[in-house]
Design a protein. Structure first.
Length: 427
């Protein structure tokens, strides 16, 4: 069978597009496949955060004590649909095994390796015009439902960041008043992590990556992959609604759908489609203001207690939140959109609220918050790159570099990396 390309990349979310672009620029002939245009899935719907602060795994010691607050009450951020309860309980069992100090530090180090140069990575992938147009560099500001600065600065998340060199600073009430003139601070403590960025338009970012990829000689094809054909330790082709396609190498970057495309075998690769929501509100006037006297350019407002994120984007103000466990294809919960709008009203009571759009989609999440970036042990020409959960925008540039390194090397050292496909097989 003749090959259509050196490499077929399955999935044109942010991970697939970044990887395809890097491989194409390095001289490989790449075919990028997806059933939808880039930016139709989780990469479109994310909160738009990128930066080195994304080092805190979801499961930490004492995670079980946090479950009541996450599942119930006015700060509920996790929703389990009744039909998804058996799968959610199985997932919880695995996650609780991850909730120990050794695993937490292992996950922290893996996330740091992936995210600590996120901003530089995006500068490398995008030209200067696209970088300026699509990303807003600045600081991620976090609200903590506490009146004790000492308690905030000794909290687990801030300590984990400090251990890998990501500094957090307390912001004064005067600074918050200057940067968020309409915010109801409610006596809360606010912190900032610098050297982060917000994506101004995730869909435009994905389309720009695709255009850069095509300009470099790559090919994009609308194609719904259904099966990877394995024979004698190699993937020979991918089959789907566009017939059979073949290449010398394959990269599986199809988000939550990736697990259904993995070759059958004894490999245990836990992955769940964790649903997230956002609403877009009309931006009638600036919500965030730069404060040069404080050295602060807020690009994201994150609520550490309610697990919500507010981001100013080109098309409006995005309010994101929730982790919902439900079968893919089941309808959205309308009350989630309303709760996000109520949250925004609580924080910005005087700001006009005109809802422009709403969205829900599925994040590909793993129990230890680390993605899978590894060569498949049963298929030497298949590299996997999926499972980035909440952190795809931060992790895409480094993931593309790691896939490129795997592509260029035949050794098996990645099997021992934090991103190994085999790390759960003996669980």
């Amino acid at each position: 069978m003749s090959h259509m390309a050196d490499c077929i990349v399955i999935g044109s979310g942010v991970i697939g597009c970044a990887t395809a672009l890097r491989l194409q620029r390095e001289g490989h002939s790449v075919l990028l496949l997806d059933a939808e245009r880039p930016g139709a899935g989780a990469s479109f719907g994310n909160a738009g955060m990128a930066g080195p602060n994304a080092v805190v795994p979801m499961a930490t010691p004492g995670f079980w004590r946090q479950l009541p607050a996450l599942l119930f009450g006015d700060r509920k951020s996790v929703i389990v649909r009744p039909h998804a309860l058996p799968a959610a309980l199985r997932w919880l069992r695995i996650s609780l095994k991850m909730a120990n100090e050794a695993q937490m530090l292992h996950s922290r180090d893996g996330l740091h390796a992936l995210h600590h140069q996120a901003i530089e990575g995006w500068r490398e992938l995008l030209d200067e015009e696209a970088w300026t147009r699509l990303l807003r560099p600045g600081s991620t500001v976090s609200r903590h439902q506490s009146t004790s600065a000492e308690a905030v600065m000794t909290s687990l998340a801030i300590r984990l960041r400090a251990q890998v060199g990501v500094a957090t600073r307390i912001l004064s009430p005067a600074t918050i008043s200057r940067c968020f003139t309409e915010l109801d601070a409610d006596g809360s403590i606010f912190t900032a992590v610098d050297h982060t960025a917000a994506v101004r338009d995730p869909a435009a970012l994905l389309e720009t990556l695709r255009q850069h990829f095509i300009a470099a000689g790559g090919r994009w094809q609308r194609y719904r992959a259904e099966r990877l054909v394995l024979n004698d330790g190699l993937i020979h082709s991918v089959t789907g609604d566009g017939g059979r396609l073949s290449a010398q190498h394959y990269v599986l970057a199809a988000g939550h759908a990736s697990s259904s495309l993995l070759p059958a075998g004894n490999l245990h690769v836990p992955l769940i489609a964790e649903r997230g929501y956002h609403i877009m509100l009309e931006r009638s006037r600036p919500l965030f203001n730069d404060s040069p006297q404080d050295g602060l350019t807020p690009c994201v407002l994150h609520d550490a207690s309610h697990k919500c994120v507010i981001t100013e984007m080109s098309g409006g103000i995005r309010v994101s939140g929730f982790a919902e466990y439900a079968h893919p294809g089941s309808p959205a919960r309308r009350d989630c959109y309303d709760r996000l709008e109520r949250y925004f009203r609580q924080r910005f009571p005087r700001y006009p609220r005109v809802r422009l759009s709403q969205w829900y989609g599925h994040r590909p999440s793993t129990p230890d918050s680390l993605p899978y970036i590894d060569r498949h042990p049963a298929a030497a020409n298949l590299i996997c790159a999926f499972g980035h959960g909440h952190y795809g925008m931060s992790g895409a540039p480094a993931t593309a570099r790691r896939v490129s390194d795997l592509f260029a090397s035949a050794d098996d050292s990645a099997a021992q990396s934090p991103f190994s496909l085999r790390r759960f097989t003996d669980e």
